[in-house]
Design a protein around this ligand. Structure first.
Ligand SMILES: [Zn+2]
Length: 474
């Protein structure tokens, strides 16, 4: 870290008691290995695991669970409603209890601490789920528990939803959304995982960047299939099924989707502009008038920036012959497509069909969800509420919107809410961001403290209701 004059003068801050409590609670929850259950009904073992997890939440956050009506939609989902004085303009906070698995030989993957031991050391909590997404769940619950302890109550209905299978389609979230929809609940604002307070996030930007997902890309799984006659490997045809498929795959990689810079990305670039070094500052300040140039440059600056400006297609699974001396009668490839906001699943399929340009390659859509609507930013009261809460918790951070590249449970909620934001109030450097779904996932204790501050500020801010408990009972 580079120390400026200000930074070197201040001694390192001791974590607050609130941050330490959050760290202890998070470590405890990490030790319950709530790995995303396989599709289908929950096994007894998984049922037991998620029950233990829920009981521990109830034990750690007694005031929250005492104040809330609790339901369990879907597989291990948890839906809480903390009633406010008004049912209108409810707020929905989301996180997920499940985590991605770790390999049996996690030590070989490079984990420094056992992934489910919840080790606290070096000012951090280590383990699977510390960032994705138990950390975010813990700071929201800590904030609410502490506010309720202070005698605060929400002015407007507050919903919390914790998915049990976010990492595989989020069926529980779909059920929870249907439940809310049946009851006519239209959250005024939804906050789920997605962005973070990212350091080392943008070239030459020295400040942390609080990136809030205002939309997310669409997600589509395609299967390409080529059929052929097969036969013995000693007499191969001139063109085999795998050969035809391979040419199609090369064609996909040779024909990237057209690049276009979305308005949300322009707002992000113009937002960071004042804080980056010259000459980039000048270019980004006028990002709105430089769309064509940016669309050409950004794909060359790395896969993340490339994915921001276009639909992407990743070849993930391949299958050919089942035996080493048998010709394949069928060759298949699975393509994972992330559809740019502003485009559509149909448009993506058409592009790929054109790139492959071979009728022998069948394209089947296995699943498709369109890009999410764009939530309001700029002067919108909800956007300003998020910015104000970030100002309280991470005063140095530059807050900007972005289009989330990965998919989250939030995409299921867009149907019932006009303002869905994707953001965890946790500081993450580059290594931490890369550790999500990988080895050595960890969160700083100080980030947990800031996360609690964020949620307290958000829940008591002007947009959501007064902070004075006496006033809230008027
Ligand atoms: Zn997650």
């Amino acid at each position: 870290m580079r120390l400026g004059k200000r930074a070197s003068a201040a001694p390192p801050l001791e974590p607050s008691p609130q941050a330490l409590a959050a760290a202890e609670h998070l470590a405890h929850l990490v030790r319950i290995p709530t790995v995303t259950p396989p599709p289908g009904p929950l096994s007894e073992a998984d049922q037991a695991l998620f029950t233990v997890y829920r009981e521990e939440l109830e034990r750690l956050y007694p005031r929250v669970f005492a104040a809330a009506e609790v339901e369990t939609p879907g597989r291990a989902g948890l839906l809480l409603r903390v009633p406010g004085q008004f049912a209108e303009r409810p707020v929905l906070l989301m996180a997920h209890q499940d985590v991605v698995p770790v390999p049996a030989d996690w030590a070989a993957e490079g984990w420094e601490h056992p992934p489910f031991d919840g080790v606290i050391s070096g000012g951090r909590v280590h383990g699977r789920g510390t960032l994705d997404d138990k950390g975010a769940m813990v700071v929201a619950l800590e904030a609410l528990e502490s506010l309720l302890t202070d005698g605060w109550s929400p002015l407007r209905d507050l919903y919390l939803f914790f998915g049990g299978d976010e990492e595989s389609h989020g069926a529980a979230a779909v059920e929870a959304v249907s439940l809310l929809e049946e009851r006519g609940v239209e959250p005024w604002m939804v906050l789920d995982e997605g962005g973070a307070v990212a350091t080392e996030a943008f070239p030459t930007l020295r400040r942390p960047m609080a990136v809030i997902g205002a939309s997310e890309k669409g997600l589509m799984t395609l299967r390409l299939t080529v059929e052929s006659l097969g036969g013995h490997a000693s007499t191969p045809p001139r063109e085999s099924a795998p050969g035809i498929l391979a040419r199609a795959l090369v064609a996909i990689e040779d024909h990237p989707f057209p690049a276009a810079v979305h308005d949300v990305s322009i707002e992000m670039l113009e937002g960071v502009a004042p804080h980056v070094a010259r000459p980039m500052r000048g270019l980004l300040k006028r990002a709105g008038r430089r769309r064509a140039v940016l669309a050409r440059i950004m794909p060359r600056l790395g896969p993340e920036l490339a994915a921001m400006v276009r639909t992407t297609a990743a070849i993930t699974q391949l299958e050919g012959s089942p035996a080493q001396n048998v010709l394949a009668t069928r060759a298949t490839a699975v393509i994972n497509v992330r559809v740019a906001v502003g485009s559509s699943c149909d448009e993506a399929v058409e592009h790929l069909r054109g790139a492959i340009d071979d009728p022998r390659v069948a394209i089947d859509v296995v699943e498709a969800s369109e890009p999410s609507p764009v939530s309001p930013t700029g002067d919108d009261a909800r956007w300003r509420a998020l910015g104000a809460a970030i100002g309280e918790s991470y005063p140095d951070a530059v807050t900007v919107p972005y289009i989330m590249l990965a998919a989250s449970d939030a995409r299921h909620v867009a149907r019932i809410s006009p303002a869905v934001y994707r953001f965890s109030p946790l500081a993450m450097d580059k290594a931490q961001r890369e550790a999500i779904h990988g080895p050595n996932e960890n969160v700083e204790i100080s980030a947990l403290g800031a996360g609690v501050t964020f949620y307290r500020a958000l829940l008591t801010g002007d947009a959501l209701g007064p902070s004075d408990p006496a006033r809230s009972r008027d």
